[in-house]
Design a protein around this ligand. Structure first.
Ligand code: NAD
Ligand code: SER
Length: 314
């Protein structure tokens, strides 16, 4: 049975991943950690510890005390917040990854680290974006993701640390809100559709980006860490996607359920520039071939499920 430590467990992904891993591997085997105190639904449901992932000594002690053999490293600053405070993004994203990798090297842990479509830049082929291609991102977030991928591969080839990762697209979920990214609109739109029937989008109507529903993202997180290492040609990190959405296209999907739903636009130039520098559609065939990646939710199934859950909770 795996013994797992999760950093950044209180975020959009962690709030889904923690219960799933506890279900699979046993509550006592999964230690959730975050730099913030979290609510009772996390802290009372299983082991929890406040942990700054940039503090290598504290990470080492937590891994040792929990006898962890696997770290899911989710702590990070996302793209839009990263452009507001680039030094914070560099510090948190790089110092925490270095700390986790060093501890993993010393204590023999496997490490999952998410990369992102943000690792690509304006010169990358946009449709489709190959697995192995030009990566010259123009955001600090993207720079930390490319450096992170290279550092994870370095720890694998140089020290034999079992590092694996995926390049997530924008993730759509209900529950914990998104953490300040460029793809947050694709979550906000659902909350506003249910609450007020109208949404003002910070990206323009045709801004197309890869997206994925959180249940598929959590499946990917489990599946890649369970994958047979002999089948992995790539490691850090695999392109994965489930659907391509524009604000206008998602609004049309929502109108199938809420016919009067209206969308308007007040474009934020910073986030629009970030979106314009990212792919329109990534090619995830390497993930499909090497570890059987296969999403379950397309735009239509995801929209129906999101609206169902949000209507129940409103
Ligand atoms: P999030 O912003 O929702 O959550 C990040 C969590 O990290 C927060 O709970 C925050 O308190 C915590 N944190 C921040 N600084 C910390 C520190 N120093 N030590 C410990 N914890 C700290 O982010 P998320 O959406 O859950 O993303 C998790 C990872 O997945 C990130 O690496 C992100 O880049 C990546 N990713 C996310 C998306 C997405 O759409 N959500 C897409 C691609 C990649
Ligand atoms: N959803 C993330 C962001 O917009 C993509 O990595 O920052």
């Amino acid at each position: 049975m795996k013994r797992i430590l999760i950093t950044g467990a209180g975020g959009q992904i962690g709030s889904w991943l923690v219960p799933r891993l506890r279900e699979l591997y046993g509550t006592a085997n999964v230690l959730a950690t975050d730099v913030r105190h979290l609510g009772a639904e996390v802290t009372e449901a299983g082991p929890f510890q406040v942990l700054d992932a940039t503090d290598q000594k504290a990470v080492g002690q937590a891994v040792m005390r929990h006898e962890a053999d696997t770290v899911y490293h989710l702590a990070a600053i996302l793209s839009a917040i990263g452009e507001k405070d680039p030094r914070l993004a560099w510090h948190v994203n790089m110092a925490s990854l270095e700390a986790v990798l060093e501890v993993a090297r010393e204590q023999g842990c496997a490490v999952f680290t998410p990369s992102s479509i943000g690792a690509f830049g304006p010169n990358t082929p946009k449709d489709p974006t190959p697995q192995d291609t030009l990566m010259r991102p123009t955001t600090m977030y993207g720079i930390t993701k490319v450096c992170g991928e290279l550092l994870c591969n370095y720890y694998y080839t140089r020290y034999g640390v079992d590092t694996r990762g995926v390049r997530f697209p924008g993730l759509i979920s209900h529950g914990a809100p998104p953490g300040g990214g460029t793809t947050d609109w694709a979550v906000d739109i659902f909350y506003q559709a249910v609450e007020s029937g109208t949404y003002t989008c910070f990206l323009g109507p045709d801004a197309q980006l890869d997206m994925m529903y959180m249940p598929d993202a959590v499946d990917a997180l489990v599946k890649i860490m369970e994958a047979d290492p002999d089948r992995l040609v790539h490691r850090n990190a695999f392109n994965i996607t489930a659907m391509q959405l524009t604000p206008e296209g998602l609004a049309a999907e929502i109108r199938k359920h809420i016919p009067d739903f209206e969308i308007g636009y007040e474009v934020d130039p910073v986030r629009q520039r970030i979106a314009d520098s990212w792919p329109d559609r990534i090619d995830d065939s390497a993930a499909r071939e090497e570890w059987g990646w296969q999403p379950k939710f397309d735009a239509s199934a995801m929209t129906a499920d999101m609206l169902h859950h949000l209507s129940l909770s409103s």
